[in-house]
Design a protein around this ligand. Structure first.
Ligand code: AMP
Ligand code: MG
Length: 336
């Protein structure tokens, strides 16, 4: 079997800021968390030296979250938990506790579509390798036994797995959480207008400097040079989950990294989900959850959650189509 491997670290979804000509943001970009992270600060009262130091603190915060949640690093907290929590309770630091509790909430409201215990199943797919493979059904079934949030318990700030084969994977939420904590650092330093954009997943805070001027542009997931449309957003978070981010094609079928916890296989139904929520943690996790639920059940969930909006792109009869959540219908400007 020789699947064609195409791995795209996506910066397909971008937010454009269009402030006054005379207000330029202080901007820095780094490669972190497997993508480009850009911090833009709008501030007229501080020197660029001061802004640089504040921006550095926010990057440092993202670095910290990455070092805790990176399962490719054997010394990270997540790796330690995955190695040891099958045998004994492992103490959780504040970040891991926050992330697991937030994940548990999204697991519940999505009826299990979002599931951080997919780690053992994800290992079977190895999307990050040069030669990805399609695991056999027997192997998938075996690892699916380890999937489900009821397979771990948290007590007195420590986690223990009920089954030794459980593995946690925070790939669908850690980036959002890192963005939120970076925004916190900016706010603590007195910044009131900024954007932290990690490969298209982003959060903005807004002052009068750019009020009414920020737009979230949605690109066509199958034709990156074309836009589907845009909507205005002063303050909030947006994240996208897509089948084009990490995938390979084998015998004309697309195998991507967003897995259905029921089957352990790539979730079918959506091409991409761009989701708006108050925090980037929620936006990131919910975008993944809605992707797994598919266009109909996914949109139902979005429309039932206050302050949550989405644009769901899907294929029907070989053609690309999309749906827009109730609260975004009037705001979303389609581009023909
Ligand atoms: P995202 O791009 O935010 O949708 O996250 C995708 C990543 O989350 C994958 O690369 C996996 O690490 C992990 N993942 C895949 N499927 C799920 C799922 N159903 N629930 C939670 N995490 C998942
Ligand atoms: Mg996500």
């Amino acid at each position: 079997m020789k699947p064609v491997c195409i791995v795209i670290i996506s910066i397909l979804f971008l937010t454009h800021c269009a402030p006054n000509q005379d207000i330029q943001p202080f901007e820095q970009t780094r490669v972190m968390m497997d993508t480009f992270v850009q911090i833009s600060i709008y501030d007229q009262n501080r020197t660029s030296e001061e802004l640089k130091s504040i921006s550095e603190s926010a990057f440092k915060q993202i670095e910290t979250i990455e070092s805790i949640t990176n399962d490719y690093d054997d010394s990270s907290a997540i790796s330690l938990i995955n190695r040891q929590a099958g045998e004994r309770a492992v103490a959780l630091d504040r970040v891991m506790l926050d992330l697991i509790q937030a994940s548990d909430k999204i697991n519940q409201i999505s009826g299990g579509a979002f599931d951080i215990t997919l780690g053992s199943v994800k290992q079977l797919w190895s999307f990050a390798h040069e030669n990805p493979r399609i695991p056999g059904d027997a192997l998938l079934q075996q690892q699916l036994e380890n999937v489900g949030h009821h397979h771990f318990i948290i007590e007195d700030g420590a986690i223990q797995f009920i089954l030794p084969g459980v593995r946690l994977d925070l790939g669908a939420i850690a980036k959002g959480y890192a963005i939120d904590t970076a925004i916190e650092v900016l706010k603590e330093n007195g910044i009131s207008n900024a954007m932290v954009n990690a490969g298209g997943d982003l959060r903005t805070i807004c002052s009068d400097l750019t009020k009414g001027k920020r737009r979230v542009w949605i690109k066509n997931p199958r034709r990156p040079e074309a836009f589907l449309g845009f909507f205005r957003m002063d303050e909030g978070s947006v994240a996208t989950s897509g089948d084009y981010e990490r995938f390979f094609i084998y015998e004309s079928e697309r195998y991507h990294h967003i897995l259905d916890p029921k089957t352990g296989k790539p979730a079918r139904g959506c091409v991409s989900v761009t989701l708006q929520a108050a925090t980037a943690t929620e936006a990131d996790a919910l975008a993944t959850a809605v992707f797994v639920l598919g266009p109909d059940r996914g949109m139902e969930l979005v429309n039932s959650l206050p302050g949550v909006e989405a644009i769901i792109v899907f294929e029907r009869d070989g053609k690309l189509d999309w749906s827009v959540s109730t609260g975004l219908k009037k705001k979303f400007k389609k581009i023909n």
